[in-house]
Design a protein around this ligand. Sequence first.
Ligand SMILES: Cc1cc2nc3c(=O)[nH]c(=O)nc-3n(C[C@H](O)[C@H](O)[C@H](O)COP(=O)(O)OP(=O)(O)OC[C@H]3O[C@@H](n4cnc5c(N)ncnc54)[C@H](O)[C@@H]3O)c2cc1C
Length: 475
Amino acid sequence: MLHKTKLAVIGAGSAGLTALKEAQRVTDDIVLINHGPYGTTCARVGCMPSKALIAPAQALQRRSFLASAGVCGTEALTVDIPALLAHVRGLRDRFIQGPIKLAESLGQRLFSGRARFLDANTLEVGGERIAAERIIIATGSRPVVPAAWQTLGGRVLTSDDIFEQQDLGRRVAVIGLGAIGAELGQALALLGLDVIGLTHGETVAGLSDPAVSDALLAALGRDMRIVTGVEAELQPLGETAVRVHAGGQVHEVDWVLASLGRRPNLDGLGLEALGVEIDARGMPAFNRQTLRMDEFPIYIAGDVSGIRPILHEAADEGRIAAYHALHPEAECLARRTPMGVVFTEPGAATAGKRFSELQGEDFVVGEADFSRQSRALMEGRNAGLLRVYLACPDGRVLGAEMATPGAEHLAHLLAWAIQAEMTVDQVLQLPFYHPALEEGLRSALQAARRALGQRRVTPDLPLCGEPAAWALGGA
Ligand SMILES: Cc1cc2nc3c(=O)[nH]c(=O)nc-3n(C[C@H](O)[C@H](O)[C@H](O)COP(=O)(O)OP(=O)(O)OC[C@H]3O[C@@H](n4cnc5c(N)ncnc54)[C@H](O)[C@@H]3O)c2cc1C
């Protein structure tokens, strides 16, 4: 049977469902196709269950602070891992309801099955054909697991499987310490597992500033063993354990969390049949602003595009793809200031340009040491470093990297200031409460301004009648 539609969206994840909602402003003539479980990666196996696991782990971590502050009885706290995993699944089951309902609201216009291109306007799904004026590919990504590791069965888990376990073996090697490995690895260690983290790179948690990454490594190193700059190889050990070879050392563990990165779900879509240019990594050529694939009526959005594989960016790409699909001649939409957060303790975050992206630019750095920050000390969370980068000579805030308590909040403040194109003077004219973690951010900004070498003659207060900083835009 042939179904005709204005827009077909492939993938009922965060990008696909946001594209759907964006397109519904203009038309209801939309078809949604999804292969695999509904509920989105974020709610089912990603952002949400991971943070549901991390929250009790970090709460438990507070017991040593409480004990040091005179609270008795904390040593009696124990963790029931099966109960904790059931708690995570309980929350997960709540979070997936919304996305499932949204997909189901399409009724007959929802197709379950793997989509495959027959030509640039025609898809085949489970023997049915869909002729669409425009198509959005929002098929997400999946964890990378080397073929040799797959033979180890349940001894090698990824973020796709971990929350489904009834229990977890005590000894675990977390291989890959990007965002997912760093935050899940630390959480497992805080829950009492014996964790060794092994990673190929020298920096962790998506940080590119070596000083900030080293501060995070020092903090994580209190909870788990970490070895950087190594390639890990796995060997089965009997029926139930694994031998991990890395950097000349051998570690025996019960299981491995493979957090080696994610691969776009493009295989099986039949893109080759369209004659689209495909690079060595299997990515089709597309315009990074409009997300359109060459001159094809096809757009690519979310993790599958590989541009910024995080939730709010996947959703934005869904918006952009749907907008351009339905308004092909429209001016392109701008992206928000980049921001990334990793939910370790201290948290790791980037806002605006990362340190690695600034190389070759004229910029200065200011930093604040959170091991001495007063609010962090009161909370027993005193660890880490924040580094902020300013443009020379105008003092515009370009970016920041941090490993600090409350990083998720400090990163928001910085990203908002950067998107408003504020200078360091304008940010320092905003209120900072006492005693707050934000005062650490102010210290870093003040240090960066000193590094600019400009002497200020007026206090950090707006002049009467001066327009608000955010109204100045790029002043
Ligand atoms: C453990 C973990 C923690 C994370 N934590 C965070 C976080 O804290 N903050 C954050 O911002 N981001 C986080 N992320 C990233 C975030 O989850 C993703 O960026 C986001 O879910 C991507 O959405 P998407 O729509 O691109 O993909 P998905 O939600 O994966 O949707 C893709 C959909 O397409 C379907 N599909 C695939 N192939 C086909 C096909 N051929 N035909 C039809 N359908 C197909 C899939 O089954 C799926 O339903 C995390 C990810 C993981 C794994």
